[in-house]
Ligand binder design. Structure first.
Ligand code: ZN
Ligand code: ZN
Length: 333
């Protein structure tokens, strides 16, 4: 008899269900991993709703691109190895891959987007993308390696200098991770603008110097503004909050096709540098995996909601309509 397990399948926009799936058999160069913690994010909602650019998703798919799992080792005394895996599957041969810009691989392929994700009993992933962590690592922290790598990659492009004034717009997990990670570059100030007052406590825990609402905006002008809300008003606010010569980092993902009016002359007069950052390179993911693996970077306090796989509907609902303080929402398998 073939072994089976349940998987959270998105057959197409609006069609989500738990399905019984046969255990996948690893192909050449692949390893089978049992996911343990799977984080959900706004992008998962966009996949569920069909609000994502169709070029970046292939239905049907198993949801889950932020995760950690274990590899069952042989023998009764062997401990399971805790692993995380890069979600972007680079070809390794194209020009971009050879430049190390694996996030821009010419053959776009990503776990939880164009191939099955981790909200399942088992997943097969290319062995070369797997990073082994200390077995004692907090699995909740480990499932945050993926979204942290997205933020870290963006920050390496902005190259903040010590003493900079930094503003983060957006109080979701990406914004909170941006607060935490920006501290690695020794800024003078990191403020957060968020619409949900209930997030203030998490923002302060993540190291915010001030939590302000969108009507108040930031405190003056900033050297670096990170847009992490993924809405066009937030993109506008980010462009408007940078000082002359400042840097704006676009990290949030507005719905496909949503546009933002921009005053071109104002951007020129203010000599702005705008980076829009997509995903992460292999090297950014590896650096974050070792920061989390060594305990140097521990974002696990950002996980506020845990659900078993069977309660996926409640998990998506908390993500869609948060009540009170809400950081990362995870499924536990
Ligand atoms: Zn995500
Ligand atoms: Zn490539």
């Amino acid at each position: 008899m073939t072994a089976t397990g349940r998987a959270l399948v998105v057959a197409g926009p609006g069609e989500v269900s738990l399905e019984e799936r046969t255990t996948p058999v690893p192909g050449g160069g692949e390893v089978r991993v049992q996911p343990r913690v799977v984080g959900l994010c706004g992008t998962d909602l966009e996949i569920v709703d069909g609000a994502i650019d169709p070029a970046y998703v292939r239905y049907p798919l198993v949801l889950g691109h932020e995760w950690c799992g274990v590899i069952e080792a042989g023998g009764p005394d062997a401990t399971a190895e805790v692993v995380v895996a890069e979600g972007v599957v680079p070809c390794g041969r194209c020009e971009r891959c050879r430049q190390g810009r694996t996030n821009l691989c010419e053959v776009y392929d990503e776990i939880g987007f164009t191939r099955d994700g981790a909200a399942a009993g088992d997943i097969c992933v290319p062995t070369r993308l797997v990073h082994r962590l200390d077995p004692a690592v907090d699995k909740t922290a480990a499932c945050l390696v993926e979204p942290s790598a997205v933020v870290y990659q963006a920050l390496t492009r902005a190259r903040p200098l010590p003493g900079w004034r930094v503003l983060v717009i957006g109080d979701g997990t990406v914004g909170l991770l941006a607060l935490l990670l920006a501290r690695l570059w020794s800024p003078a100030v990191v403020d957060l603008v968020g619409a949900r007052r209930a997030q203030a406590e998490l923002a302060m825990q993540a190291g915010a110097d001030a939590f302000r609402n969108p009507q108040e905006g930031g405190r003056g002008e900033y050297d670096l503004v990170i847009e992490a809300a993924g809405t066009s008003p937030a993109v506008g606010a980010a462009l408007g909050s940078a000082r002359r010569g400042g840097v704006v980092l676009l990290l949030g993902l507005p719905s496909h096709g949503e546009t933002t009016p921009v005053a071109g002359d104002d951007m020129v007069n203010r000599d702005l540098t705008v980076h829009a950052s997509f995903s992460y390179t292999s090297s950014a993911f590896g650096e974050v995996a070792s920061l989390v693996g060594s305990g140097t970077f521990d974002p696990s306090f950002l996980v506020t909601h845990r659900f078993p796989l069977e309660e996926w509907q409640q998990a998506l609902e908390v993500l869609r309509n948060p009540v009170g303080r809400r950081g990362k929402v995870v499924l536990e398998l």
